[in-house]
Design a protein around this ligand. Structure first.
Ligand SMILES: Cc1cn([C@H]2C[C@H](O)[C@@H](COP(=O)(O)OP(=O)(O)O[C@H]3O[C@@H](C)C(=O)[C@@H](O)[C@H]3O)O2)c(=O)[nH]c1=O
Length: 190
């Protein structure tokens, strides 16, 4: 597993090795044993899978508040997406800063999204599937969202000028400027 650090402490790009042969490839998308050596230790309890039929679909920016905050390990099962995280830990040296990267079936990259970050993505191809592990269960009462195109965040969603397809919930989300984060920075993450 190749592990790349990003501008946001704790946010990492993980790229599993693919063993290719005439049938295709095999890869270990997660191994607790291997990742413990990188000081990454998670008890994943829920796997999520969604399909976005249209290119230019945006899901996000989402979080689950404590006591049901979630770490997530995100990958693309089919197609390609632009995955984005935003630091919302009050007092963090990178509060409000974002990181984005392309996750595709072809590149096999995964993004590790720790608690205390917004997460969202735009689809770069039709019929794009996202698959992700979560460290806590879905808790709708703790579900929260921030408007993806908040001017203060200045995120380029790679939409090439097209209008994003959003859920009603995401269209009604508050702007980042009006958002009071429930997370505080607790020092350096692994
Ligand atoms: C997230 C989630 C939703 N649902 C239900 C609620 C609702 O009826 C339906 C669709 O939910 P949403 O519109 O919130 O789905 P979606 O917009 O895909 O939400 C997801 O977006 C990405 C960016 C994330 O990071 C995820 O954590 C999650 O927030 O699925 C669950 O049953 N379990 C879950 O874990």
């Amino acid at each position: 597993m190749d592990v790349q650090h990003t501008n946001l402490e704790g946010v990492k790009v993980l790229t599993p090795r693919r063993f290719g042969d005439e049938r295709g490839f095999f890869s270990e998308s997660w191994s607790q044993r291997v990742m413990a050596a990188e000081e990454l230790d998670y008890d994943w309890v829920q796997d999520n899978h969604s399909l976005s039929a249209r290119k230019g679909t945006v899901r996000g920016l989402h979080f689950q508040a404590p006591p049901h905050a979630q770490d997530k390990l995100v990958r693309c099962g089919r197609g390609a997406l632009y995955d984005v995280v935003v630091d919302i830990r009050k007092g963090s040296p990178t509060y409000g800063q974002s990181f984005g990267t392309v996750l595709s079936f072809a590149n096999g990259k995964q993004l590790l999204v720790p608690k205390g970050f917004l997460h969202g993505f735009s689809t770069l191809e039709p019929d794009t599937e996202i698959i992700y592990k979560c460290s806590d269960y879905y808790a709708p009462e703790c579900d929260g969202a921030v408007r993806f195109d908040s001017p203060d965040l200045g995120i380029d969603w790679q939409l090439d000028g097209a209008e994003a397809l959003l859920s009603e919930k995401d269209a009604a989300a508050p702007l980042f400027a009006d958002f009071d984060s429930p997370f505080t920075y607790e020092g350096a993450a692994p």
